[in-house]
Each structure stands twice: as C-alpha cells, then as structure tokens.
Design a protein around this ligand. Structure first.
Ligand code: UDP
Ligand code: MG
Length: 154
C-alpha cells in the first residue's frame, strides 16, 4: 500500500491539537507506519522547503516551524498521498473547506497546522528524509478486511 508523509506543525502541537488530527486519519482507516516527535533544525527545513528558500516569507516560515517540537508521521493506505492531501485542504486555511484539517483548525497560511506530501515521488523523498528504516513498521491493522474490499488491498 502507498505511504505518505505528514508534519503536525507547531500550530498543531503547540495548540494541543495533535491528537485530534491524528485521530482523523485513524478514524478514516489510514494507519501509521511511523510517528515521532522532533525539533526541526535549520538544515532539515532548508532541505524540506528548498522550493521556498528564496521567498520573502521563508525566514518567518522557518521560525514558525521551530516554535515548538513537531510530530512527524508516515501514513499508510491505498492512494494515501491524495487521500491525505484532500483531508488537509489548501495551503491557506481561510480558503479551506470545513471538514478539512486546515478548514477546521486554522485561519492562517503560515500557521496552517499540517504538512502533507504533494506527490508520490515527494512522499518517498520526505519519508526517507525524516525517518530511518528502523523507525518504520510493516503491519496491517487487524480490521483491514473491514477497511478495504479484497480487490483494493494491493
Ligand atoms: N507558506 C507561507 N506563506 C506563503 C506560502 C506558504 O507561510 O505565502 C508556508 C505554509 O505554511 C505552507 C508552507 O509554507 O504550508 C509550504 O508551502 P507549500 O506551497 O508547499 O504549501 P503546502 O504544500 O504546505 O500546502
Ligand atoms: Mg508543499
């Protein structure tokens, strides 16, 4: 099954919302192959947000991402990249629909609660950037046969 990568940002951890957000993914039938807390360094942020390094807001973004520790997760499920991005909503929380993580928990662009990989290729890169192989676990929830039909489990 597909894996994707998330960061519960300081706007989630520092506001005590991490459990609620994690719960949404679990409730949906997605499951965690890896989950840990860490403080993000300058180096890892410059790599992770390399596409934004020259933007004027980059120093503020970096400070926002370092305001508290974050929780990083590797989420598994069929089409996990697309399913998780859809659950998060668009970058600007003010444009996000109610029912999405950003639409339910935020009103900001900078403090937008969660990062989620935007493509299968980036998911692989980001999982490897933040997790060591031994921190990822191969298992299926016992309820897997009630989460997917037989023909969906590959
Ligand atoms: N961001 C910001 N100001 C902007 C655009 C983006 O602070 O004008 C932050 C925002 O927190 C966003 C992150 O930079 O989540 C990464 O931007 P990206 O365009 O990759 O958005 P995402 O993939 O997170 O929706
Ligand atoms: Mg992005």
């Amino acid at each position: 099954m597909e894996r994707t990568f998330i960061i519960l940002k300081p706007s989630a951890v520092g506001r005590g919302l991490a459990g609620e957000v994690i719960n949404r993914f679990e409730r949906r039938g997605l499951f965690f192959a890896g989950l840990k807390m860490m403080q993000l360094s300058d180096a890892i942020l410059e790599e992770h947000y390399a596409h934004l390094k020259n933007k004027p807001f980059f120093p503020m973004l970096k400070r926002a991402m370092q305001a508290t520790p974050v929780i990083v997760g590797c989420i598994e499920g069929k089409d996990a990249v697309q399913v998780v991005r859809t659950m998060c909503g668009p970058t600007n929380c003010r444009e996000a629909q109610p029912g999405t993580v950003r639409g339910d928990f935020g009103v900001s662009v900078e403090h937008n609660i969660i990062h989620a990989s935007d493509s299968k290729e980036n998911a692989v890169i980001e999982i490897n950037r933040f997790f060591q192989p031994k921190e990822l676990f191969d298992y299926k929830p016992v309820s897997i046969n009630l989460i997917y039909g037989q023909d969906e489990m590959n």
